[in-house]
Design a protein around this ligand. Structure first.
Ligand code: GLP
Length: 298
């Protein structure tokens, strides 16, 4: 039987993806899938364990989850969350901390019990960092592992704060930030000299253990790293390329972020029509998520 996996070697794309005309529709599609998981687990009397990302990319996704909570009674009472990363040196209350970001965009507006929120502590003393990272991994295991991991992608192809050079087997740990990452973050901190040099992040090995992974990317700035991750070799130079090894990963993109993919090359487009109505596309549309989705993975 032909499966998606057996078809992959004949395609330029090594991961399933969904391309949307509008990023808002894309973010809502992902939120609909997550809401479906949360509700299914509620019916079974089980928890749903979410791995969460920060940055500008998932803001609309969180806004849609909040809307579903307010208008469609989506409860987060059975949800357990683990955030991907935190800047080193920032206290949980720091206005630029990822902890604050999460409270503002998701935790405060919904009914998620405080005890079910897990954040990395950027301000933990040096001597306690390793133990903190080990405990974080243990808490993920004790929760039964991550059911659904949300990711963005950095301009250098990082996921979480796993910068180029991060090993596939890496676990939660303290890392030095790449100069490009610091430059990109400088605006938030009022200049590069005030931007943290380090962070604590879940590892690539940690991320790959999630049962489902969705990476969202919008805008032209992400087209290069998306292409490297989707069509390139698996390499430590492009950390997101390690996602090619995952069985249930999907990249959810807007047109601009998909703009450098081979499928947009005129020669490929003319021969690739039969691939557009793919199984991942139909699945997302069935979830009620994708009226604006137009092309899905080869
Ligand atoms: C930071 C975060 C990543 C995020 C990336 C992209 O580096 N640690 O998790 O994916 O930024 O950010 P943005 O979504 O703002 O482009």
């Amino acid at each position: 039987m032909l499966t998606e996996k057996t078809l992959l070697p004949t395609r330029p794309e090594h991961v399933p993806l969904a391309v949307f005309a509008h990023r808002l529709t894309a973010a809502c599609a992902v939120a609909a899938e997550v809401a479906g998981l949360i509700r299914a687990r509620q019916r079974q009397g089980r928890t749903a364990v979410l791995g969460l990302a920060t940055g500008s990319t998932p803001v609309r996704f969180y806004a849609e989850l909040v809307r579903l909570h307010r208008e469609e009674r989506l409860s987060f009472a059975n949800v357990i969350t683990f955030n991907l990363d935190e800047y080193r040196g920032l206290t949980a209350g720091h206005p630029r901390s990822y902890g604050r970001f999460m409270r503002r965009h998701l935790f405060d507006p919904v009914d998620l019990p405080e005890a079910q929120i897990h954040l990395l502590d950027g301000a933990i003393p040096d001597a306690a960092v390793d133990a903190h990272c080990r405990e974080y991994e243990e808490k993920i295991r004790a929760a039964g592992g991550i059911d659904f991991q949300i990711l963005g992608i950095g301009r250098n192809g990082h996921i979480g704060f796993n910068e180029p050079g991060s090993a596939r087997a890496s676990r939660t740990r303290l890392v030095a930030l790449d100069p490009l990452t610091r430059r990109d973050a400088a605006g938030d901190f009022g200049g590069e000299e005030y931007t943290p040099r380090c962070a604590i992040t879940m590892g690539i090995g940690t991320i790959l253990e999630a049962r489902r992974i969705v990476l969202m990317a919008w805008g032209r700035d992400k087209a290069g790293p998306v292409r490297a991750a989707v069509e390139g070799e698996v390499t430590i130079q492009a950390p997101a390329s390690f996602l090619q090894d995952h069985d249930r990963v999907q990249f959810v993109l807007d047109h601009d972020a998909a703009g450098a993919l081979t499928r947009h090359h005129p020669a490929w487009r003319s021969g690739a029509r039969e691939n557009h109505d793919s199984a991942p596309a139909r699945r997302m549309i069935r979830r009620g998520a994708a009226p604006g989705a137009e092309i899905h993975r080869a």
